[in-house]
Design a protein around this ligand. Structure first.
Ligand SMILES: NC(=O)c1ccc[n+]([C@@H]2O[C@H](COP(=O)([O-])OP(=O)(O)OC[C@H]3O[C@@H](n4cnc5c(N)ncnc54)[C@H](OP(=O)(O)O)[C@@H]3O)[C@@H](O)[C@H]2O)c1
Length: 265
């Protein structure tokens, strides 16, 4: 997880919203935020969901729909933490897949993130401290040759732009670059995968505002094992990493430090 602000946003007592918070990694994040004392979580899904905990408020949200994002921001006007977790991977080889399929990935993973952020930025501005977390991927930095990678790389850039634009309202903008996790999306992939509930501990970075969480150099870290698994998969598929800096975990750390220095001025 990367962040440029050293000031955190308290989770204890906070109200949060997690897009796609009903299943997959989003559900694990909801549970982690509750464990850390959040009093209410708006958990969104494209279809109405039953309430599984009195602290969880289900909200219907399709991030590809402007009116839906506006309605969600009106309903959840009390949040100080937003997690843009909703995402899709359609397996779209970038030179062969129908452009419309790639556009769908961008519509959800990139424009969906921007759309929700735009809708909620004024809500976050009413809080003395607030946080926005975008769930991205190591494929923001590596390429497997698909539209998904394109969408996550673009969403990484969008995260940096949003960070600059929300700095004055004291919203800390963070990206979580995840390797393989064990969710429905990766059911067919044979590679080491991290447990989503372990990765959800990256919520540390919301509270501390510090450069923390999975993705740091730590051989014991499950996420690093999953990251290596991803790299092995990439090598197996004869895919290339984009540049030297992104080949190793040290490289990730370097690129993060550089990005951080650049945005900290
Ligand atoms: N699994 C991995 O290995 C992995 C690795 C790196 C990054 N990620 C990222 O982690 C996030 C979640 O992945 P996951 O594995 O947990 O996927 P998942 O189990 O397929 O869940 C996807 C989530 O996104 C929501 N969603 C999809 N399209 C949406 C839309 N148009 N509007 C609103 N919500 C929408 C879904 O909500 P509903 O279906 O309930 O509406 C669901 O909660 C994604 O951003 C993904 O790119 C995952």
């Amino acid at each position: 997880m990367t962040t440029t602000s050293l000031q955190g946003t308290p989770i204890d007592g906070a109200v949060a919203l997690v897009t796609g918070g009903d299943r997959g990694f989003g559900r694990a994040l909801v549970d982690e935020l509750l464990r850390r004392g959040a009093t209410k979580i708006h958990a969104t899904s494209r279809s109405p969901q039953p309430r599984r905990d009195e602290r969880i408020v289900p909200i219907v949200l399709d991030v590809t729909d402007e009116a839906s994002a506006t309605a969600a921001a009106q309903a959840a006007h009390d949040v100080s933490i937003i997690v843009n977790h909703a995402g899709i991977a359609l397996g779209t080889p970038v030179l062969e897949a129908p452009i419309d399929r790639i556009r769908e990935e961008l519509e959800t993973n990139l424009f969906g993130t921007i759309r929700v952020t735009r809708a909620f930025a004024p809500v976050l501005a009413t809080q003395s401290r607030s946080a926005l977390v975008n769930v991205l991927s190591v494929l923001s930095w590596l390429s497997m040759g698909t539209g998904y990678d394109v969408s996550k790389a673009a969403a990484w850039s969008a995260t940096n732009s949003i960070r600059v634009r929300l700095r004055d309202q004291r919203t800390t903008v963070t990206a979580l670059h995840v390797a393989y996790m064990n969710t429905e999306t990766t059911a067919g992939i044979k590679a080491p995968k991290a447990d989503p509930s372990d990765i959800a501990s990256a919520a540390d970075a919301i509270a501390s505002g510090a450069l923390r969480g999975p993705g740091r150099r730590d051989d014991k870290d499950d996420q690093l094992k999953a990251l290596r698994g991803s790299q092995r998969t990439l090598r197996g598929m004869r895919c290339q990493t984009i540049n030297r800096e992104t080949r190793t975990q040290t490289g990730y750390t370097t690129i993060l430090r550089r990005g951080r220095r650049r945005l900290q001025d």
